[in-house]
Design a protein around this ligand. Sequence first.
Ligand SMILES: [Zn+2]
Length: 324
Amino acid sequence: MKNLKLLLLALTLGTTTIATTQAAEPTTIQAPKQVAGYYHHQMGNTQITALLDGTNYLNPSMFKGLSDSEKSDILKKYAAKNDKGVQTSVNAFLINTGKQLLMVDSGAASCFGDHLGSIYNNLKASGHQPEQVNGVFLTHLHPDHVCGISNNGVAHYPNATLHISKIEYDFWLNPKTVKKLPKDKQAGFLSTVEKIKAALAPYEKAKKVKVFSDKSLALGDIQFKPSFGHTPGHYSFKLKVADQEVVFIGDIVHSHTLQFDKPETAIEFDVDPKTAVQTRLKHFAEYAKQGQTIAAPHLPFPGIGHIYSQDGKSYQWMPIHFKD
Ligand SMILES: [Zn+2]
């Protein structure tokens, strides 16, 4: 009985002490840095490595064709409501075939600020060396895909050849394009062109830029698949691995919430929103039916998974599960 009393007293005191300590502690727990952003996904003898460039927050007003309350309901459903905006990742991908090390897209480097630009370091952390990269396939030339190929005029991947569609290359680099644009879009276009030119410069100098046209629909194991709309010469890239197929879809989608529930939703960055929506509807339907593995630059890191649809109208992103 005496022991029980002592025990109760000790427990009470203990509790009091903890409570006092907790009250005295300032709440200074800060968000820690995560580990390096890379993830290996094995498919047969081929290794796909997702590389994280960083996280972006998009103003919901950039998504077109949905009312504020529709957006709010969808974001709430996914627990994706965020004061900072609609969260998107920026990812790029390595393909290690055993014979070659290829890359699809390259991130933003310093083109958009400190929150992006980690792909170069994450590539090294993933166990690869930049010199090992033989080829970089660019889905399109927006700066969050092309800037990461170089830094201050120096090629990040000195042994790589760049592959860009001819339509895309001509759209951005033909000086006549700007004159066809509305006046209010011209300054923004020219500033993007400057970033693209700076990124390409060391590869142009080394004659390592290769443009492909519709007639050259494959390069080695990589097949080219037109996915126009987001930009005029936007391409996705397909790779057959044993009896499976992986598609690097590029920017046919920017949100795993709004644009999956309502795939008719365009985004402000689409050069031709109508065609971009048609492309998304067509390709989503195909991927949901055929079950290809999808690798996407703006879906939550690692951006690898499958597209599912129950009714053929709205879609669901099924991310792969962590495998160690
Ligand atoms: Zn993008």
